[in-house]
Design a protein around this ligand. Structure first.
Ligand code: ZN
Length: 83
């Protein structure tokens, strides 16, 4: 009778350990927060600096929208393209 309790106890312990391991692996595989569109980082092609999309200066050059950290970089890029 005592052995039966021991076996059941071990099985319960094993189940709890496996359950917590499964939960941990599930949390690790999932990103903490889905990236929002405004939080997306874009690279300035002129100086190579990464800027958040919502604060970037966006210029349409040759049908492609380019993002810049400042008006100066945007002007420089357009200068390079036209010259
Ligand atoms: Zn820049």
């Amino acid at each position: 009778m005592y052995r039966l309790f021991l076996v059941v106890g071990l099985l319960v312990l094993l189940f709890v350990v496996l359950k917590s391991m499964y939960r941990n692996s599930k949390q690790a595989g999932r990103p903490a927060r889905p990236p929002l569109d405004g939080d997306q980082m874009v690279q300035d092609p002129v100086c190579g600096v990464f800027v958040p999309r919502k604060t970037a200066i966006v210029r349409q050059v040759g049908g492609i929208s380019n993002c810049f950290c400042s008006q100066e970089c945007a002007a420089k890029f357009q200068e390079q393209r036209t010259s």
